[in-house]
Design a protein around this ligand. Sequence first.
Ligand code: ADP
Length: 164
Amino acid sequence: MNTTTREEKIAIYPGSFDPVTKGHIDILERASNMFDRVIIAVLKNSNKKSFLPVKDRVELIKNSIEKLKNVEVDSFEGLTVEYARKTGAKFLIRGLRAVSDFEYEMQLSQANMSIAPDIGTVFLITKPKYNFISSGIVKELASFGEDVSKFVPESVVEYLRKAK
Ligand code: ADP
């Protein structure tokens, strides 16, 4: 019998989630099967003009992940690797949709690798049906009154309907 205690494997899924989409939730569901705990963390980025307040983005994620018992939602400022260290996470999760994502994500992951070699990035490839979904496309469609229920969780549909 193996009696060694295993260290809890914690991962951070960082991003803007402005708003959260079904593509994000799919990545999160798969990550939750791979790690003991996953923290989906909304970045408060003062350089990026945002659509929704951070508080609302966090709330919308919470309402979309009730089934996922090992997932927590949080927000943070500053470097992702610093936040990861604070929470004890050794892994960052990022989703990849296309080659265009890959270039940026590789740079980001290598920059993180150089400042925090103890923290690794795990890439999950999107399901083809979510390939073209981005928060940007959702914002654009919603601004023209289009139905976005195929792309985002029900709580986001409701929120956008009320915000109109
Ligand atoms: P960021 O501003 O950090 O890119 P996003 O909220 O746009 O934040 O995305 C967070 C992560 O989720 C990124 O790794 C992004 O590539 C990934 N992602 C976004 N949309 C999808 C999708 N439809 N399928 C899979 N991954 C996605």
